[in-house]
Ligand binder design. Structure first.
Ligand SMILES: *Cc1c(COP(=O)(O)O)cnc(C)c1O
Length: 411
């Protein structure tokens, strides 16, 4: 909302009936879209699994900043961290449930900064994080908070990191390299094996941002899809971000920061000023134990089998969308690796607005002049059919407008 559109509202002077309060809230919520309507093609989050919502509500008062009051919730957080760590090849994992991928990325870079200082001492020059241009924009926030510079490298023809270009940007000031397992823009998976080896050669921290891919790739691999190693099974991956509130089907807020072990987390530890309160390893202080209860319940209910079945369905839907688009003559920007499908078209901004007028929510990749679609569990074949019809009557192929431009690979 921009400043000009703010109309002052005064704090309610008198209370009211709970039913009235809820009615007023409902009046606002009525204009929210509902995932289950199948018209949301831009969201990396979806309707959480019902069991997760039940568990969340049961733990609604729980605060993980005070494990003396909530030891059960704290134990559940630990269980969840160990489960996800084992899924990603780190039996000695050290981590936390946090507000989301942004905070997880911040914590990883905070640890990398501290490790860099321990190794090389305090430096006068500005430190830097090196990552491909496809890195999530949360790193701009992270770099701003830490006062470090974001240095970006280019991509290869598959929209993955150009590893040689990444290597050329690393120097003494580099605290970390970041690779992405499932870029937000296109779902591309960087060559994490090569990038982690590169980081090890330079003695710097290697972080893998698997916020989106973390709850897809392990199960897709289990199903036999050929996707390269991306996790702690690679010996030089130091930390990972995974978001249970995306493809983990848990309610928001549930992000997850994982370090291979205590050693990679380093000195990331903030003692409190109160006697008896434990030190914090997260950025947020008060944080909900409901997330731990919810993530635990969802993972326990689904298990690896359940997530694999959901991933199989997800890929079926994606392939169905791709084939329907191809039938209608729409070439894709790249063959999708995960759940994101990008369709180059003339004037994607106008297409996005026209589709929204028709009740379809999509996003666009500005860099690549393409409409960007995210397949998630709330989408089904009927909604795909209806969407492809709407899209085909709304969008125009590249070349039918002077706005069309070649795909953008570099910086
Ligand atoms: C979603 C996402 C983030 C940010 O996570 P939030 O939960 O929105 O804070 C970071 N990186 C990637 C790759 C993501 O997909």
């Amino acid at each position: 909302m921009n400043g000009n559109s703010i109309r002052p509202l005064s704090f309610p002077p008198r209370g009211c009936d709970p039913a009235v309060a809820l009615e007023e809230v409902d009046r606002y919520l009525a204009s929210d879209y509902c995932y289950n309507g199948g018209r949301i093609f831009n969201s990396i989050c979806s309707q959480p699994l019902a069991t997760g919502v039940t568990a969340f509500v049961r733990a609604i008062a729980s605060n993980l900043a005070d494990p003396r009051i909530f030891p059960g919730s704290a134990a559940l957080e630990q269980v969840v961290i160990l489960w996800i760590g084992s899924l990603l090849g780190a039996p000695m994992v050290s981590g936390n449930l946090v507000s989301g991928g942004t905070e997880a990325n911040l914590l990883a870079m905070l640890a990398a900064c501290a490790r860099h200082k321990t190794r090389y001492g305090v430096q006068k020059q500005r430190l830097q994080i090196v990552a491909p241009v496809s890195v999530h924009y949360s790193f701009d926030k992270v770099a701003a908070v830490l006062g470090v510079e974001m240095v970006r490298s280019g991509l290869d023809e598959h929209y993955r990191a150009d590893v040689a270009d990444l290597a050329s940007k690393i120097n003494k000031r580099t605290i970390a390299v970041v690779a992405t397992a499932g870029t937000s823009e296109l779902g591309a998976i960087d060559d994490i094996e090569s990038i982690s080896q590169l980081a090890a050669q330079h003695g710097i921290h290697c972080h893998v941002d698997a916020a989106t891919g973390g709850f897809i790739i392990p199960f897709a691999r289990h199903l036999g899809h050929f996707l390269s190693a991306f996790d702690f099974t690679l010996p030089h991956v130091d930390s990972m971000t995974v978001d249970p509130h995306k493809y983990g089907l848990a309610p928001i807020p549930a992000g997850c920061i994982l370090f291979r072990s205590h050693e990679e987390r380093g000195s990331l530890n903030f003692p409190s000023h109160y006697v008896g309160a434990p030190a914090h390893t997260t950025f947020s202080g008060t944080r909900t134990g409901a997330a731990a209860a919810a993530v635990a319940a969802v993972i326990r209910q689904l298990g690896r089998d359940g997530f694999a079945a959901l991933t199989r369905e997800l890929f079926h839907k994606r392939d169905y969308l791709v084939s329907r688009l191809e039938q209608r003559g729409w070439p894709l920007l790249i063959a999708p690796q995960l759940s994101i499908v990008a369709i180059p078209c003339a004037n994607p901004e106008k297409t996005l607005a026209d589709l929204q007028d028709l009740g379809w929510i999509v996003s666009l990749s500005k860099r690549n002049r393409a409409i960007r679609l995210v397949i998630h569990h709330h989408i089904d074949k009927a909604s795909i059919n209806a969407f492809v019809e709407a899209f085909s009557t709304t969008a125009q192929p590249v070349g039918e407008s002077s706005n069309a431009r070649a795909p953008h690979l570099g910086q």
